[in-house]
Ligand binder design. Structure first.
Ligand SMILES: NC(=O)c1ccc[n+]([C@@H]2O[C@H](COP(=O)([O-])OP(=O)(O)OC[C@H]3O[C@@H](n4cnc5c(N)ncnc54)[C@H](O)[C@@H]3O)[C@@H](O)[C@H]2O)c1
Length: 256
C-alpha cells in the first residue's frame, strides 16, 4: 500500500476532489482526518471509509476562521498522534468583478484560498518536523498558472498559493518536508458549476462551460478521481524527489 501508516489530513474533504482523495488515500493505508464545513456530507464520507474497513475521523470546521484552521491540526494530532500528509484543498471560486467589488466578496475569496491555507500549514509544520518529515500539497488551479479573464481575484489568490508553495519547498527541504501543488483545470464537481455561472458574472454558465471544453485538448472535463490519483502520487514516497512543483491536471489546457 502506498500510504501505509501515514496520517493524512485533507480539507474540503466532503465533496468533489477532496472526497475522492480521502477515499483513495484510505484504501492505500492512510489514517484519514477529513475536514469540511458540511457535517452531513462529512458523516457520509467518513461512513463510507470506515465501512470499507479503514480508519477515518471527520472534523467539522469553518476554515475562514483562523482558530478553526489551527484547531483541526491539534485535534488530528490528539486523535492519531501526529500528521504526515496535509492536502490543503479548501478554496473559494471568487467573483468576476474588479470594479466595484464588495469588500466582503474580496475577503472571503482571499480568506479561503490563501489565509486559511497559510494558517493550517503553519500549525502543521512543527508537527511534521517532530516526526522527521512530511508532505504538503496545495490545490491551486490552472488560474494560478495563467491569467484567467473570468477570475481576476481567484487567479491572484491561486498564483499566491503557488508562490507560497514554492517558497515553502525551499524553506522546508531541510526538514525533509516536500511541498507541491496540484493545478486542476475544469473538474466535474459542484464548484465547477459555480465557476461557470458566478452570481456577478454576466455571461451564461452553459455557454461558458461549452467554451472551456472547446479549449481542452483532451476534449472533456476532468473527473475528481483523476485529481485524487495525482494527489496520491505527490503525497506518497513515490514522489520522494519531487518538491516545489505546480502540476497541471487539465487535459492539456495550459500546454497550448
Ligand atoms: N472544480 C474545479 O473545476 C476546480 C478547478 C481548479 C481548482 N479547484 C479548487 O479545488 C478546491 C475545491 O474544489 P472542488 O471542486 O473539489 O469543490 P467542491 O465544490 O466539490 O467541494 C468544496 C468543499 O469545500 C467545503 N467548504 C466550503 N467552504 C468551506 C469552509 N469555509 N470551511 C471548510 N470547508 C468548506 C464544502 O462544504 C465542500 O465540501 C478549491 O481549492 C478550488 O479552488 C476546483
Amino acid at each position: 500500500m502506498r500510504l501505509e501508516n501515514k496520517i493524512a489530513l485533507v480539507t474540503a474533504a466532503a465533496s468533489g476532489m477532496g472526497r475522492a482523495g480521502v477515499i483513495r488515500f484510505a484504501a492505500e493505508g492512510a489514517k484519514i482526518v477529513a475536514v469540511d464545513i458540511d457535517q452531513k456530507a462529512l458523516d457520509s464520507v467518513v461512513k463510507e471509509i470506515t465501512q470499507a474497513g479503514h480508519e477515518a475521523i471527520g472534523l467539522c470546521a469553518d476554515l475562514s476562521d483562523d482558530q478553526e484552521c489551527t484547531r483541526i491540526i491539534t485535534q488530528a494530532v490528539a486523535q492519531f498522534g501526529g500528521i504526515d500528509l496535509l492536502w490543503n484543498h479548501v478554496g473559494h471560486p471568487g467573483f468576476s468583478k474588479v470594479e466595484d467589488i464588495e469588500p466582503e466578496n474580496y475577503a472571503i475569496t482571499m480568506d479561503l484560498n490563501i489565509r486559511s491555507v497559510f494558517m493550517t500549514t503553519g500549525a502543521a509544520i512543527p508537527q511534521m518536523r517532530a516526526r522527521g518529515g512530511g508532505s504538503i500539497l496545495f490545490t491551486s488551479s490552472i488560474a494560478g498558472l495563467i491569467g484567467s479573464p473570468f477570475s481576476p481575484l481567484y487567479s491572484a489568490a491561486k498564483w499566491g498559493v503557488n508562490g507560497f508553495m514554492a517558497s515553502l519547498a525551499g524553506r522546508l527541504a531541510v526538514d525533509n518536508i516536500r511541498v507541491n501543488s496540484v493545478c486542476p483545470g475544469v473538474i466535474d464537481t459542484p464548484m465547477m458549476k459555480t465557476f461557470m455561472a458566478r452570481p456577478d458574472q454576466e455571461t451564461d454558465g452553459e455557454a461558458n462551460l461549452a467554451m472551456m471544453k472547446s479549449m481542452i485538448p483532451l476534449q472533456r472535463v476532468g473527473r475528481p478521481e483523476e485529481v485524487a490519483n495525482t494527489a496520491l502520487f505527490l503525497l506518497s514516497d513515490e514522489a520522494s524527489y519531487i518538491t516545489g512543483v505546480a502540476l497541471p491536471i487539465d487535459g492539456g489546457f495550459v500546454s497550448k
